[in-house]
Design a protein around this ligand. Structure first.
Ligand code: PCA
Length: 215
């Protein structure tokens, strides 16, 4: 059994639902074969999210960590790179808005995901679910947690692998109606994420396909 930690976020800004947490729970309830999934919800708060993530890693001792968050992208977006800056477009759930602050002072400018992002995105796409690699997780709490995750894994000597995926809105979310924001039923999102986890568990190396040719 491969132990996997999957995190999702609580709702933030105007939303009352966050499909990243719903999908994480679906993965825990029905994990891919050979994987044992622990789902943990993280606060959408700059100051508390990384400590909560570190605690979850300590408790579940996973071999693979996949953090999830909501974004207005079309499909499941495998994030390639986390950058060392908080530049918040709005208030977090504690009412804070850091602007141009390093996540880890004197830390590296960026970390790459240690999951095979192109292989995962391609496998999801080939399974008929929209997916691609993304080159920016933004500069809000998702990138913050992604950077905090990769910093922790690096500090530990990269004995665990990890990364981040953004998931789409669901059709029922009020923000979607009439807005043009793309959406995906949460069961489809969870099905795609099962493919991500199975692929990441089975392969360390990535595939060499050119940028822009997966979706
Ligand atoms: N999405 C936000 C933070 C929490 C979430 O689910 C983001 O993309 O930064």
């Amino acid at each position: 059994m491969t132990r996997v930690l999957v995190t999702g976020f609580e709702p933030f800004m105007q939303d009352t639902y966050n499909p990243s947490w719903a999908a994480a729970q679906l993965l825990q309830d029905k994990p891919p074969q050979g994987l044992e999934v622990t789902a943990v919800q993280l606060p959408c708060v700059f100051s508390r999210s990384i400590p909560a993530l570190r605690e979850a890693v300590r408790e579940s001792d996973p071999e693979i960590v996949l953090c999830l968050g909501l974004s207005p992208y079309r499909g499941i977006s495998l994030e390639r790179v986390a950058v060392n800056v908080d530049d918040s477009p709005g208030l977090d759930n504690d009412g804070r808005q850091p602007v141009d602050e390093p996540i880890v002072p004197d830390g590296p400018a960026a970390y790459f995901s240690t999951l095979p992002v192109k292989r995962c995105a391609k496998a999801v796409h080939d399974a008929g679910i929209s997916s691609d690699v993304s080159l920016s997780a933004g500069t809000f709490v998702c990138n913050h947690v992604f950077y905090g995750l990769m910093h922790l894994l690096a500090e530990e000597g990269n004995k665990r692998r990890g990364g981040f995926a953004h998931v789409p809105h669901t059709p029922e979310m009020p923000a979607v109606s009439g807005s043009g924001i793309p959406c995906m039923p949460v069961d489809t999102t969870a099905a795609g994420l099962r493919v991500v986890l199975s692929t990441a568990a089975a392969h360390r190396s990535d595939v060499k396909v050119a940028w822009g040719t997966i979706a």
